[in-house]
Design a binder for this molecule. Sequence first.
Ligand code: BJW
Length: 244
Amino acid sequence: MIDKLLEAKRVVCLTGAGISAESDIPTFRGEDGMWKNHSPEELATPGAFVRDPALVWEFYNWRREIIAKAKPNPGHLALAEMEKIFDDFYIITQNVDGLHQKAGSEKVIELHGDIWYVRCTEDCSQETKLFPLYEIPLKEIPPHCPKCNALLRPHVVWFGETIPTPPLDAALELSANNDFFMVIGTSAMVQPAASLPRYAIRSKIYTVEINPEKTALTEIVDECILGKAGSALPLLLEEIKKYL
Ligand code: BJW
């Protein structure tokens, strides 16, 4: 595997909630997954927001409080260091926590948005189309637009919503055109992100999965490291450095 990685001109990583688990941010599914207490249908759909915006915002307020305290872990930091080693190194992330950027990664494509940004549901002006709202805890739940007083919503992609074209196009292009593809900490259950590793496999790209649990991808990737990202990625980085 290490020979394939060292030969690679372009390296692409797809990350999911598992990479932030060791930063104490709950994952969505599995034993300690946050959906144990909150079903996605209840909270992460446009319908849920229309029915009960306060409930949805309570959930995001809780997540924002956790994320605000979180620090990048050795997995995030190892990827940020790899970006400096390889000429062409990209992260496609499903996470909305911004921890890759906090770790120092610059080439990050966010498929599902950014939890620190909000937008007006009425789209009332240029300024409230998309703006940061860092207040924690939120003073008002649900928060309202400072321009027109309509509801604000989190700038994230909910079930049934389409991924914005720029990040989706970039992710599709990168997934089919690279020399080494790593899938890290995702259950690979949510589309369209779950299809990206399959595009890489179909394009005969060398694929590696890092996850302590088996997923639907485990049997079809070239190699699987059954372990946590926070230990596997620093080890991989150490290996790479031996050859520099
Ligand atoms: C570790 C670890 C450690 C633990 N180290 N690893 C085709 C077929 C069927 C359904 C669909 C389909 N196409 C579209 C759909 C519908 C839907 C979908 O996929 N549903 C599935 C559930 C079946 N998809 C959509 O609606 C998407 N939109 C779309 O496709 O638009 C076109 C369309 C529109 C309308 C109709 C049809 C098509 C949008 C999906 C948006 C997902 N949004 C969320 C919320 C984002 C905002 C927020 O954060 O609040 O994104 S849901 C949630 O799941 C979140 C995540 O990014 C996403 C993925 O989860 P992830 O990252 O994989 O986390 P987990 O918890 O599932 O897994 C964690 C993993 O980490 C586990 O494997 C652990 O083992 C591992 N782990 N510790 C490494 N230390």
